[in-house]
Design a protein around this ligand. Sequence first.
Ligand code: EPZ
Length: 469
Amino acid sequence: MAETLVVDDGVNDRAEAGLAKDAAKAAERVGLKADSIVIRGGKPLVGRVDVRGAKNLATKAMVAALLGKTPSILQDVPQISEISIVTKMLEAYGVAVTSPEDGVLVLDPKNVERAHFAQIDALAGSSRIPILFCGPLLHALGEALIPDLGGCRIGDRPIDFHLDALRAFGAIVDKSYEGIRITAPNGLTGANIELPYPSVGATEQVLLAAVRAKGVTELKNAAIEPEIMDLIAILQKMGAIIWMEPNRTIFIEGVETLHGYSHRAIFDRNEAASWASAALATHGDIFVAGAKQQELMTFLNVFRKVGGAFDVREDGIRFWHPGGPLKPVQVETDVHPGFMTDWQQPLIVALTQAEGISVVHETVYENRLGFTEALVEMGADIVVHTDGLESVTRRVPRRKLEQAAVITGPTKLHAADVRVPDLRGGFSYLIAALAAEGTSTVSNLGLISRGYEHFVDKLTALGADFDLV
Ligand code: EPZ
């Protein structure tokens, strides 16, 4: 009999209820009518899935459209709930967002105006993107109001780097019971900023503020993820002047005006890596159309070391389990070009099937291994060392982060009823349920739609055996 599990990532009942609410809202946004999926596992996933633009670029590209004087066109936009949240936020600020065809958004910022805080607050609860509106709103309106931020509950996720950077540009940050009010009575001025850690969001914050600030901004210790490079490409199309030097330093020379862009979003490498892990864990064979080699190089090396097979083609990458035993690996998550934190959760499911002891060190978020509790209930042998196994360099100052998961395999996975704790953890539970013998139920399904487009249809295309309830 399947057992009901509550994955307690250190969150209390209220947080559990909050997760369920977030999941329901996210499901509604993409028209997903089910809260749970009942999976009859133990069958390989075989077939083709199409991966479109990256969640972690498309949402930011939409915010960048606020900086232009003319409309922007973004292509390959996936139908995920994060996109619908950002669409509604932009609309609340007077940006006209239309979709002339599937996957294309036209964003016209010509009537940008102050939004009602309640409107923004209601939308922001489940997304990290509102903080990135600061720079564009300060340029357009001289003021930004930022509510409490949502996003995946995988750690504290503070915004101190963002606020410090905005202050360096001359913005005034006031915290109130409503959220954070940021003003710039004298406009923004280019600054010398060194991030304490190459944060993706803080780097984007600086880019979006600096492109129209007076003078030159120097950003040291910047993040250089492919999605950030794509955002820089978009800003350059809009008229920005941005260059880079070695050692993660970015320079931005502010310009008076920017215009709209036309851009095809970079593919979602996190989704591609997730389907690759699904192929491996289920003994399957999945062609991920739209996946590209360069942005996945680090992942592909690990995938190969574990014993997975892949074939890079013009239009995508085929990932499959070639038979025989999988091999254990040691992985440490890192900023680009390291092994992405978003890849470790799906990969851990495949590592439960490797012969021997694998170790995954999570160095980016302090609570991103909690999801493994449910895998243990499904039969995996995973021990999480919350203080890490040895003293590794502390990646994020002031915080204790080196969690390590020791995975001993292979272990047979059996069915369970599990609740999705966060986006990538949720996809991992789908993979585990698909790989496990028996019937599992995965609930809080909506959270997966935050970042995986049409995942239910894709599971059908891959021959998964399930019902939605
Ligand atoms: C982005 O989050 C992605 N989200 C994450 O993807 C991804 O895991 C992460 O980058 C790392 O690659 C989006 O792009 C929307 P960070 P972001 O700022 O920008 C600490 C997914 O599943 N930090 O690089 O929020 C922070 O707490 C998601 O798609 C501060 O201390 O990540 C974390 O420990 C989840 N203060 C570390 O830095 C700050 O002001 C890295 O965070 C900002 C960050």
